[in-house]
Write a protein that binds this ligand. Sequence first.
Ligand code: ADP
Ligand code: K
Ligand code: ZN
Length: 432
Amino acid sequence: MPYRNPEIETMDPKDLRQMQSEKLVKLVKYVYDRSPFYKKRFDEFGVKPEDIKSIDDLGKLPFTMKQDLRDTYPNGMFCVKNTDVVRYHASSGTTGKPTVVGYTQNDLDLWAESLARGMTAVGLSEDDIIQVSYGYGLFTGGLGVHYGSEKIGATTLPASSGNTERQITLMKDLDVTAICCTPSYFSYLIEAAEQMDCSIKNKTKLRVGIFGAEPWSESLRKRIEERSGIKAYDVFGTSELSGPLFIECEMQEGMHIWSDMFLFEILDPETNEPVPDGTVGELVVTTLMKEALPLVRYRVGDLASLETAVCKCGRTHPRLMRLKGRSDDMVIVRGINVFPGQVEYVLVKFPEVSPHFMIVIDREGELDNMAVQVELADMASDKLDDYYKLKSGIQHELKSILNLHADVEFVAPGTIPRSEGKAKRVIDKRQY
Ligand code: ADP
Ligand code: K
Ligand code: ZN
């Protein structure tokens, strides 16, 4: 079984921890000296860089939240000059204000290296042709995987998302051997290919899929593998950490997170204390090598568990097990993060509708569909023409904020359930 970097990937866990310890001490000083945000956060929390002498002091450090990135928009948390940033990516935030992430050249190399290790671990190499069907652009998926693929010397097909027939035609004509996209899009590709009489299983060379950006299940993995004849692997990442980063190895028993680059904690959300291996808790990540936007104890918002036992593949780095959901109210539709607050932000711009709404997510065939049910305000016109204009107006605004089509359905005033506590804004009918 090939390793990309055998020395690091199979390093004794004790040595890895020592390495993390040294990097953590340096990181704390780095962010304190360079980021006004972190200086203030540490000062307010009453912790000085000198207080962090080793990894055992990790619990003394304050958390970083997604909200901090929004509050310091666009780049108030960055630790390097604008001109040292060689690339930006951005994702939408709850209010419609995006969060911006940035990378130095070293950050980009490290990101690609993380993926390159994972791609190697699933048996990909310079002999492969990799179709990247994540969106290219501000979303980190497309370009992230693209550079990982180039790093291992594979032939890269930057298909991006959409245009399904062409995706299938190219997959077949160019003898593509691996694909990276959301698991739901791949499920859709399987169906679409069958309809084109180009079964992925029988008429293409595809043998590996790397699927992520949204939750999926073991049963979906089985179904994908049976129907397409490929091996399907999970990949995890978030734009704040760089983008897609960690892939499973051939054992398919969790995604290897690289301890020389990242320090993962799984905490009990109530007590903020670490939970044992195999117990689900909130994922908290410290970046050990990032330069432009390093993060200290970043609360990713995902619920997950870790396995630290050495993997059957020989890699000593811990494994992140299949994600168990979110600790906040974010939902993921076609791989895209949606916060109910974004929908509210759009709706309040339209006086013809009331602020009561419900997001309904369903799966038609293999693809997610999102609808927004909204109540018409009493003053709304009853002319059909106005009604269609309003509908398409809201849909247009939603699309530009969410980067996703959502169907707007008007319902009669008073029909969306009111709640006395936290409003329930999402009905998720999908099965995983
Ligand atoms: P990306 O979608 O490129 O991974 P984003 O920052 O847009 O990055 O979204 C990150 C979020 O997507 C994660 O915090 C998590 O909730 C979800 N996510 C990403 N990969 C997975 C995965 N393999 N399984 C479950 N959820 C995932
Ligand atoms: K996502
Ligand atoms: Zn492994």
